[in-house]
Design a protein around this ligand. Structure first.
Ligand code: NOJ
Length: 478
């Protein structure tokens, strides 16, 4: 299955307020069907003060008025299903918004300090102490992320019951599954022991303050599977559940007992060099990790791997076995560019991210007009370069990145079997899948393409002549 990530604020605005919305998403679903993906994942659509772009949920069973209404999500789900697309919502079990009524009325559902002050040295993911004084005067509460996001206590039975009820609410409206946010932080050490000082760097990017500690007690608690079992029970056996577990692959595998998949961040952050890519793929050989090379939290794929490798990255992402995720705009090679300017900042719903992640959240560029076809109003974030890069132009161009994604999505349907013969040699990553072979040239030199094979999809022109250029990749039938 290939899932397309929609970040609703930046996908398509339908009412001219400069913020994307659900009617906008519904109106663009044909793009996803034409591209050939199987499902879409909507980043949070719930009522939210937007301290963290909607990952601060104030009501789990409603739609934020900026995004629309329950009738709009019902219509979106119906239209998606008519087009053969499944719909996944984002569920944020680790915390709520500080403005969620539960925080005011049910403090027992949250993690409070047993002393009058921080009980330990834990740091928050975006920096600063993980404990803040409660505005309602009930002591100090834990927040693994921003202070506006108090952590739920998954050892309190009401939490599983309430979140489970929310999952059932959405399933009853036709939603097919969920992407589960920040699962590594859902449960922490019940004794609240100090985290030790980090002695080795964490393998993925972290806030420098957060990175000073090894998160041995503030995350990844031994009883985490109990919370995952409760999420599975709420969602139903037939729901698709994909976990965001921000840990190295070896530590993610135990999360899979109750999930259908979890993101493979090792490949996401691997240097674009054959040995690093091979190591990340080899470590995830279990087959239930979901491949993902970009999302709304980190610099975009084209910005990270560079324009020279963006076609090869698409081919690799879409020829590996198992689930793959494509972040909106990556199919046309959208880039981050300089930090976004003001846009419509200050208007309702235009909350800027304090952790500096807005550069990868600029609107999708649908056409060459100044707003990129995203809005008739002033966009909450300005698009970067719609005149140079847009969906409409790339649809017409057989050599475009967009058309390559589409060709890969067709070709991948005939790929079978696990990765075998995984190798990294002279800058070339290669592997076999049944009757197919994949080669990705990450290095600076040309390499030969095996003559006996027939080219199914190639990123560059040399493959039929037997040449794999620098930055090229090829899918072969052998
Ligand atoms: C991961 C989400 O992708 C990110 O956007 C968010 O800030 C954190 N989880 C906290 O919910």
């Amino acid at each position: 299955m290939v899932v397309y990530q929609v970040y609703p604020r930046s996908f398509q605005d339908s009412d001219g307020d400069g913020v994307g919305d659900l009617r906008g998403v519904a109106a663009r679903l044909e793009h996803l069907a034409w591209l050939g993906v199987d499902a879409l994942w909507l980043s949070p659509i719930y009522p939210s003060p937007m301290a963290d772009g909607g990952y601060d949920v104030a009501d789990h069973t409603a739609v934020d008025p900026r995004f629309g209404t329950l009738a709009d999500i019902d219509a979106l789900v119906a239209r998606a299903h008519a087009l053969g697309l499944k719909v996944l919502l984002d569920v944020v079990p680790c915390h709520t918004s500080i403005e969620h009524p539960w925080f005011r009325d049910h403090p027992e559902r949250y993690v409070f300090s047993p002393v009058d002050g921080p009980p330990n040295n834990w740091r928050a993911t975006f920096g600063g102490a993980a404990w803040s004084p409660d505005p309602h005067g009930r002591g100090w509460y834990l927040h693994s992320f921003y202070p506006e996001q108090p952590d739920l206590d998954w050892r309190h039975p009401a939490v599983a019951a309430q979140i489970g009820a929310a999952l059932r609410f959405w399933r009853a409206r036709g939603v097919d599954g969920f992407r589960l946010d920040a699962l590594q932080q859902i449960l922490k050490d019940p004794a609240l022991r100090d985290d030790p000082v980090a002695t080795a760097p964490f393998p993925f990017p972290l806030d420098p303050d957060y990175a000073t500690l090894e998160h041995r007690h503030s995350s990844d608690a031994p009883d985490t599977p109990a919370a995952l079992a409760a999420l599975r029970a709420g969602a139903g056996a037939d729901a698709l559940l994909v976990g965001e577990v921000f840990l190295p692959t070896a530590r993610v595998l135990r999360y899979l007992e109750h999930l259908d998949g979890a993101f493979c961040f090792e490949l996401f952050f691997a240097a674009w060099e054959a040995p690093a890519l091979a190591a990340a793929i080899g470590a995830a050989a279990d087959g239930r990790l979901a491949w993902v090379l970009a999302n709304h939290d980190f610099p975009r794929l084209a910005t990270r791997v560079g324009a020279a490798h963006v076609r090869a990255a698409a081919l690799l992402l879409l020829t590996l076995p198992g689930m793959a995720f494509v972040y909106q705009g990556d199919e046309i090679g959208q880039q981050d560019g300089p930090p976004p300017g003001d846009g419509a900042a200050g208007q309702a719903g235009a909350g800027r991210d304090r952790a500096g992640r807005d550069a990868c959240r600029r609107p999708v560029q649908w056409d060459a007009s100044p707003s990129g076809g995203f809005t008739t109003g002033t966009p909450w974030l300005a698009p970067l370069d719609p005149e140079r890069r847009n969906v409409a132009a790339q649809r017409e161009d057989p050599g475009s990145l967009l058309r390559l994604y589409r060709a890969l999505l067709v070709a991948r349907r005939s790929l079978r079997g696990p990765v075998t013969e995984l190798r990294a040699r002279d800058g070339v990553l290669s592997f076999r899948r049944g009757a197919h072979r994949v080669a990705v040239n990450t290095g600076p030199r040309e390499h030969p393409v095996p003559r006996a094979a027939s080219v199914v999809v190639a990123t560059h022109g040399g493959a039929p002549e037997g040449v794999l250029e620098p930055g090229a990749a090829v899918l072969l039938a052998v």
